[in-house]
Design a protein around this ligand. Structure first.
Ligand SMILES: Nc1ncnc2c1ncn2[C@@H]1O[C@H](COP(=O)(O)OP(=O)(O)OP(=O)(O)O)[C@@H](O)[C@H]1O
Length: 368
């Protein structure tokens, strides 16, 4: 069995008595990218800072290649942990050339250093900037130099905190892909902190979804997106429709007919959650209903309240005839029906998630 490069064992960090990182455990294997994903303030950066060794946990242990580097009575300083760091403000040293910036943390002979700098600049496609100074480079180019600098000493673990957030939107996708391929090439274990689900899905082999200091779900991006643990996890990745119902005999009534709520006791309130991109719509055909198409699922009638153009899609909002609840559909080809238009809406049961309502579930939105 391959040993995990990075093992985080039950770390807790409190500020003013409040646990900001709360009994968090995680491991990252060599060559794997794990994204610590969560909303602002959930404790991601604090966790990363503890792993880097720039902060200390109150409890728990950290191991690198099986060797403890932090734990009760033990603290290995950051520079001896063999980790590469890349933070949001990846400031390069302004008075050093690109080559000297990259060579900064390197040991070895001058020739060895020169070769490594050259190899990395080749990887990030910036050999021509070898002698340039940071202010002569664009934001994207500086970011690539920062990556080269972090990778230069061949860290076994790369810790990255929102490394792309300072970049222009148009640059970001390209640089993310390029960074990913360089990281894979170097074989480092990567832990990347982000609050953007798209970034995590694009970069990660594994997503660790974090909330209020804890990891609530871990898995491949596909699984975390398609099998969320609860309503909040589903809603973190996209806007969601929520149909609230009460269970009677393992069934709950919805505008789309009865839904199974297996394992839920009578009287339990449940939320049926579906993403707007999984909602289909069809015309009313003079009151005759939609054309039968079992692949689209179960149908219900709604009245258009609003339709908005949102780039390549449009977002259509409905009020359901059944109970006045609201639903939204993302329609891929731009389609802007007028308010008041009756339309049919279909959802597939296998695209819906059913969760019992908890104290934290906001109430269903109602029209009017
Ligand atoms: N040194 C500190 N002293 C007191 N509170 C702190 C300290 N560092 C962080 N916190 C608090 O801990 C919480 C988590 O902060 P952290 O930066 O880890 O969150 P985050 O998930 O990385 O958020 P963001 O994405 O906004 O950076 C916040 O409420 C923050 O105010």
């Amino acid at each position: 069995m391959v040993t995990a490069r990075l093992e985080i064992l039950s770390i807790t960090r409190r500020f003013g008595g409040r646990p900001v990182v709360d009994d968090l455990s995680l491991e990252v294997m060599p060559g794997q990218v794990t994204c610590l994903l969560g909303p602002s303030g959930c404790g991601k950066s604090t966790a990363l800072r503890i792993i880097a060794g720039v902060d200390r946990a109150d409890e728990g242990e950290i191991r690198i290649d099986g060797t403890p580097v932090a734990g009760p009575g033990l603290f290995v300083p950051p520079e001896r942990r063999g980790t590469g760091l890349m933070f949001q403000d990846f400031a390069l040293f302004p008075h050093l050339s690109v080559a000297d910036n990259i060579a900064f943390g390197l040991s070895g002979t001058r020739t060895e250093k020169r070769l490594r700098v050259r190899e990395l600049l080749d990887k990030v496609g910036l050999v021509r900037f070898l002698g340039a100074f940071p202010h002569e480079l664009s934001g994207g180019e500086q970011q690539r130099v920062a990556l080269a600098r972090a990778l230069a000493p061949r860290p076994k673990i790369m810790l990255m905190d929102e490394p792309f957030s300072g970049l222009d939107n148009r640059l970001r996708d390209g640089i993310r892909d390029e960074t990913l391929s360089i990281l894979k090439d170097e074989g480092a274990a990567v832990l990347l902190v982000t609050h953007e689900p798209e970034e995590a899905m694009r970069m990660a082999d594994e997503i660790a979804l974090m909330r209020r200091g804890r990891i609530v779900q871990r898995g491949a991006p596909y699984n975390v997106y398609n099998a969320p643990v609860d309503r909040e996890a589903a809603a973190f990745f996209s806007d969601v429709n929520v149909i609230r119902g009460r269970v009677e005999g393992a069934l709950t009534d919805t505008p789309f007919g009865q839904f199974l709520a297996p394992g839920q006791a009578d009287g339990t309130e449940v939320d049926i959650v579906i993403r707007p991109q999984h909602v289909k719509i069809d015309f009313d055909r003079g009151g005759q209903g939609p054309a039968p198409s079992p692949e689209h699922g179960v149908w219900a009638r709604g009245i258009v309240e609003r339709a908005r153009f949102i780039g390549k899609d449009s977002l259509v909002e409905f009020r359901m005839e059944f109970d006045g609840s609201q639903m939204r559909a993302n329609v891929p080809s731009v389609f802007l029906p007028k308010p008041g238009t009756p339309l049919w809406i279909a959802i597939r049961r296998d695209r819906c998630f059913v969760f019992p309502v908890t104290d934290r579930s906001p109430a269903r939105r109602r029209a009017g």
